[in-house]
Design a protein. Structure first.
Length: 664
């Protein structure tokens, strides 16, 4: 660590050699290249190794600034491990936006002098006159250098030291009092102050960045007449029902005009029949582009009304931000250089072999006109922010340059720090992590494909116990319009219930795609894709059809609202249970006021039973004691101890327990 080249208070050039060493400052990501993430109300724990040569005392502070602060604050650090010179302090994160912090440390000359004098007096050395004079001289020099308003207090201490100079014990009592230490710590020049580099950052979001139950829908499938597109008015009528199930974020598939050229037909066929609506991700037509509304859904005024209706129900709206265009998008005509061209002059459509998207043109981020392209995309986000949208689900961000996302998110956050960006990036781990480091608030995950007990434990341990916990916020979607995993294709209602329980209790943010509540599971043979997908056709559903799990979803979301432990992420401990198909874990609040135990049968076809071991200190019970648990799904109550019998029959009852610990 480099030290400050200039004295903070005296103005003299600092010593040309390293006095104070500051190392291993935490939390930090990639040596400070990226900010860690926090939520308003979090307590940031800052740690560092701080030491110097010799036996002199060292003082250390966290110097930090919060969003909008003109001046920096300092919080004293305490040495929490003397043998390892480990220091720690906490900073309360009270505002949205960017916090900055560094560690500053210096030799506490006054405390070092008191230490030395204390040792000599304790050793009953007869002559400590020189040491006493050294201390008085130190205080006198400080008196000469302090501000006028500080001179009275320092002068009083100086007089007391003079008056007691003939009695070392009395002088030591004066010098070592808390008042004297505090005074001298506040006024003494920091002649050898060192500062950690680089300055580190924390980006602080609002609570929705960490906690949310998402419900994804296609507006056009919210109607009631087969073959007729649903509208924003139809979707608005469904909002109370979605809210009753406990969802607080409604995520809309793209709502923009859909292109005609190479429009996909039903079941992703290459030739659309008359009346086929096409894929909403083929954005752009003669009716406009990314800032326009598909006419069959309604108008911009209808959209604004939908947003207000959601807000009245205390729900937020998330929009899909897909950086791509149909061949009919106005940008294709106005900015042809924003797209990839083949040698014959034609524009290259999107491909993800074996899939082909003839109805979509990808954006060429290597265009020489990249500045105008970037600004145009930022303007799209700002347009919808102007219509009270504060959450964006970003489609395939891993196919665009990371530098673009850093710039875009930073530029939006400068004026709107409350905006949330969810990365839909089912890709390689380094890219997913890179997007999160560069500003994405949340990310899709591999949860959809983690089904066995070892897979789930390994993945959640990585997310909660490694550096990823500092910056990667998962959103556990149980299904998406693109992904119908095999467990849901074949496991029936028990599979839908168990996967929902896992998603909603393991992660404070989770989501389902509409139709999940109806246990829709018909798939394209051999594929993880929905048969007759509404990506390519209009759908009309009976949302209360027999076999639905609406009530179960409602109880799950109610449990999340009523148990703060389920609204946190890293507070996770897996429990020992002697059955490979039973997964058990605990979540708790920091103060221990809320503890939740979850047991899930991962096998949708068979009953499993086993003993679940719960460490009693985890639930705040003494050895040999008992405690009550209340199953928030069934209402049943049990008395538990350190080992407990569990039996879960997925076909005759619920495939899981969500148990709130009740003591007293």
């Amino acid at each position: 660590m480099k030290k400050s080249p200039v004295k903070r208070r005296s103005g003299h050039i600092a010593r040309p050699f390293e006095q104070i060493v500051i190392e291993a400052v935490k939390p930090s990501i990639d040596g400070g290249r990226h900010p860690v993430k926090g939520i308003v109300g979090d307590v940031l724990v800052v740690q560092a190794t701080v030491f110097r040569h010799g036996h002199e005392r060292v003082r250390a502070m966290v110097r930090w600034s919060s969003p909008g602060d003109a001046t920096a604050h300092e919080t004293a650090m305490a040495r929490v491990n003397a043998g390892l010179d480990l220091w720690s302090a906490t900073v309360l994160l009270e505002r949205q936006g960017r916090y900055r912090f560094a560690i500053v440390a210096w030799t506490d000359v006054y405390a070092s002098w008191v230490d030395e004098l204390t040792k000599r007096v304790a050793a009953r050395q007869a002559d400590v006159h020189s040491e006493i004079e050294e201390g008085i001289s130190l205080v006198r020099r400080t008196f000469d250098r302090v501000r006028r308003d500080e001179k009275r207090r320092v002068g009083t201490l100086l007089d007391l030291l003079h008056d007691s100079a003939r009695d070392p014990a009395l002088l030591l009592a004066v010098a070592s009092s808390d008042a004297s230490f505090d005074l001298m710590a506040s006024v003494m020049p920091r002649d050898d102050e060192a500062r950690s580099e680089p300055e580190l950052e924390v980006w602080v979001d609002r609570e929705r960045a960490q906690v949310g139950a998402w419900y994804e829908l296609f507006v056009r499938s919210q109607g009631t007449q087969p073959g007729v597109s649903g509208t924003f008015r139809d979707a608005e009528r469904r909002l109370p029902e979605i809210r009753r199930m406990g969802f607080d974020v409604v995520y809309l598939a793209p709502i923009h005009p859909i292109g005609h050229t190479s429009r996909k037909g039903r079941d992703n066929t290459l030739d659309a029949a008359p009346g086929d609506p096409g894929s909403p991700w083929a954005i752009g037509s003669e009716d406009g582009g990314h800032t326009a509304i598909e006419p069959s859904l309604g108008t911009l005024e209808d959209f604004d009304r939908f947003v207000r209706a959601a807000d009245d129900l205390e729900m937020e709206l998330a929009l899909d931000f897909a950086v791509q265009c149909s061949p009919d998008h106005p940008w294709v005509r106005e900015h042809p250089d924003w797209f990839y061209r083949r040698p014959d002059g034609t524009i290259r459509y999107a491909e993800n072999p074996p899939k082909k998207y003839q109805d979509i043109y990808p954006i060429n981020f290597e265009t020489e006109d990249w500045r105008n392209l970037w600004n145009a995309l930022a303007d799209v986000v700002r347009f919808w922010v102007g219509h009270d949208v504060r959450i964006f689900r970003v489609d395939n961000p891993h196919t665009k340059p990371l530098g673009f996302w850093t710039w875009l998110i930073d530029s939006i956050h400068r004026d709107h720090p409350d905006v949330i960006f969810l990365a839909e990036a089912f890709t390689r781990p380094p890219m997913m992590q890179g997007l999160a480091k560069r500003g994405f608030t949340q990310s899709y995950t591999y949860f959809t494909w983690r089904n066995t007990k070892p897979e789930i434990i390994e993945y959640l341990t990585e997310l909660t116990r490694t550096e990823m916990a500092l910056y990667f916020r998962p959103n556990f979607f149980a299904n998406t319009p693109d992904i119908l995993p095999p467990i849901l294709q074949h496991g029936g209602r028990p599979a839908f219930k168990s996967r929902l329980t896992l998603a909603a209790t393991l992660s404070p943010s989770y989501g389902i795609y509409s139709g999940f509540e109806l246990c829709e599971h018909a798939a394209v043979e051999g594929r993880e894709e929905y048969l007759h997908s509404e990506k390519y056709q209009l759908s009309v559903r009976d949302w209360n059809a027999p076999g639905n799990i609406n009530d179960f979803i409602t109880r799950i979301n109610c449990a999340r609202r009523e148990n703060p432990a389920l609204r946190q992420f890293v507070n996770l401990q897996f429990l020992d249970v002697d059955d490979d198909q039973l997964l058990a874990y605990a979540k708790w609040t920091t103060d221990g006021s809320n503890v939740v135990l979850v047991v899930v049968n991962l096998d949708p076809y068979a009953t499993h039973s086993a003993m679940v071991a719960v460490p009693l200190d985890l639930v705040g019970v003494a050895a040999g004691g008992t405690y009550g648990v209340h199953d928030v799904l069934t209402g049943d109550r049990y008395t538990w101890r350190d080992r407990n019998f569990v039996r879960l029959n997925p076909s005759a009852g619920e495939p899981s327990h969500i148990l709130r610990v009740v003591k007293g």
